[in-house]
Design a protein around this ligand. Structure first.
Ligand SMILES: [Zn+2]
Length: 71
């Protein structure tokens, strides 16, 4: 799956602050994500991000999940 630094991902489970959107700060085995609602920083395993991915925004444009899956 093709997720890049700078992308904004929408995950299935909302953060306790209510936001489902996260900015991608670093990618690798773990993704460093920053909550768009409260700015909280987390490390999430890549597999968990991919499994819970519900949407992706790149450069202000929504990318269809089918496109992401194709890389
Ligand atoms: Zn939050």
């Amino acid at each position: 799956m093709n997720i890049l630094v700078g992308d904004r991902v929408k995950l299935k489970k909302p953060h306790p602050c209510g936001s489902k959107e996260w900015d991608v700060l670093r990618i690798g085995m773990d993704f460093r994500l920053r909550c768009c609602g409260c700015g909280h920083l987390v490390l999430v395993p890549r597999k968990l991000v991919e499994k819970n991915l519900r949407g992706l925004t790149r450069g202000g444009e929504e990318i269809p999940l089918s496109d992401i899956a194709q890389g």
